[in-house]
Ligand binder design. Structure first.
Ligand SMILES: [Zn+2]
Length: 389
């Protein structure tokens, strides 16, 4: 890419997005240990004068509402990321349990960084490190033959740990290189970031819309928060849910920097054709008003997303995602690495969400228009076939 072009595209990324991104994705989290992320979300809502609500299980929504009643758009992301939790401490020796999916070829010789398991821990324990000396694996159901399950590690001299501490791969948490945001936990703090950035735009532009940002727990251990939230009363019955993820672009599944992805399905399931068609129509209209707006429409079958849980549990759902590099920190040569996303894709996804939020009542009409068009084609088909003979 010529230097002049790379400068002009770099300026697309608003400074406020860059600073929000680095701050938010740097919050340490793990499955069932997401408290710090929720504390941030609560503060985010309070500072902007919008509602924040939690259900009894710790899932949460933030809410923007203006104008007449309309079907609420729910944008959902999960707040955890694959990580270890300390299960035993004997002197400097630690036993760790891995929560999430990564090949059993990873882990040995890596360093982890420890954070108190209790987010409100006031003992002043800092982030200690430990070195992994051995790993335990189990047969995996999909993606790879065996997955990482446990590890043993040795604390750095002088460091302390307690049972329940988070032990995260010792990688940079959040930094920007050009237009790329890289850090330990893009999946799915990057997805949640796109939702927060959409809310920043809604609050600034004040359109008539009803949008909920939904933030779920414990996705990496089996979409548990997403399954639970369909029963806790946190979601409106007529919710139009779109699951938001960072999803592996490996194998040419998608391209980083080529725009946000309308995700038609995942490894298990295909999402609502009506919602997908509507999202694609809104994206096309956005592109018609601004040819620089890009989007992709892809299956993204590198993993499973929460839309599968929502859709199969009774909420007709769609999905969107960002192309993710180094999915679940699986870098080259079986070494742990930072995950990456493109900030231009985050910006584009937020734009798409704001446009979708103003068009939720068209989910039915976009589909009905397509049916009508095809009825017309069917009606004329016989005479065209005869005439063309
Ligand atoms: Zn994941």
């Amino acid at each position: 890419m010529p230097a002049s072009l790379s400068r002009s595209t770099a300026s697309r990324i608003p400074k406020a997005l860059t600073s929000l991104a680095v701050e938010f994705v740097s919050i340490p989290t793990a499955s069932f240990k997401e408290e710090r992320v929720y504390a941030y979300l609560r503060r985010f809502a309070e500072e902007r004068g919008i509602a924040y609500r939690e259900d009894a299980l710790g899932n949460a929504v933030i809410e923007y509402r203006k104008g007449r009643k309309t079907r609420p758009l729910v944008l959902g992301a999960h707040t955890d990321h694959p990580a270890f939790v300390v299960t035993e401490v004997k002197g400097r020796r630690l036993a760790l349990e891995f929560r999430g999916g990564i090949s059993g070829d990873y882990g040995k010789g890596e360093r982890v960084r420890l954070y108190p398991g209790d987010a409100a821990d006031t003992t002043g324990r800092g982030a200690a490190t430990a070195e992994i000396t051995s790993t335990g694996t189990v047969a995996a159901a999909q993606r790879f033959p065996k997955r990482l399950r446990t590890a043993r590690a040795t604390l750095a001299p002088g460091a302390t740990a307690q049972v329940g501490d988070l032990a995260l791969w010792d990688q940079p948490m959040g930094r920007v290189k050009g237009e790329i945001l890289e850090g330990l936990q893009m999946d799915d703090l990057g997805g949640a970031l796109a939702i927060l950035w959409a809310f920043e735009r809604l609050i600034e532009e004040r359109p008539d819309a009803h949008v909920l940002g939904l933030f779920t727990r414990a996705e990496e251990v089996g979409l548990i928060g997403a399954a639970a939230v369909t029963r806790t009363g946190l979601l409106p019955d007529d919710a139009l849910i779109v699951a938001v993820e960072c999803s592996s672009m490996a194998g040419g599944r998608a391209e980083q920097g080529a725009g946000p992805i309308i995700r038609v399905g995942d490894l298990q399931h295909i999402f609502s054709p009506r919602i997908t068609m509507w999202m694609t129509q809104v994206a096309r209209e956005l592109q018609a008003t601004d040819p620089k707006f890009q989007y992709q429409r892809k299956l993204m079958d590198g993993g499973t997303t929460e839309a599968t849980a929502y859709d199969l549990l009774g909420y007709e759902s769609g999905a969107a995602c960002l192309a993710l590099g180094n999915y679940h920190n699986a870098g080259p040569n079986n070494r742990i690495a930072v995950e990456t996303i493109h900030l231009g894709d985050v910006e584009g996804l937020a734009r798409l969400f704001v446009a979708m939020a103003q068009n939720t009542r068209r989910v039915e009409s976009v589909h009905a228009d397509a049916v009508k068009r095809w009825r017309g084609i069917a009606k004329d088909a016989a005479s065209r076939l005869r005439a063309g003979r």
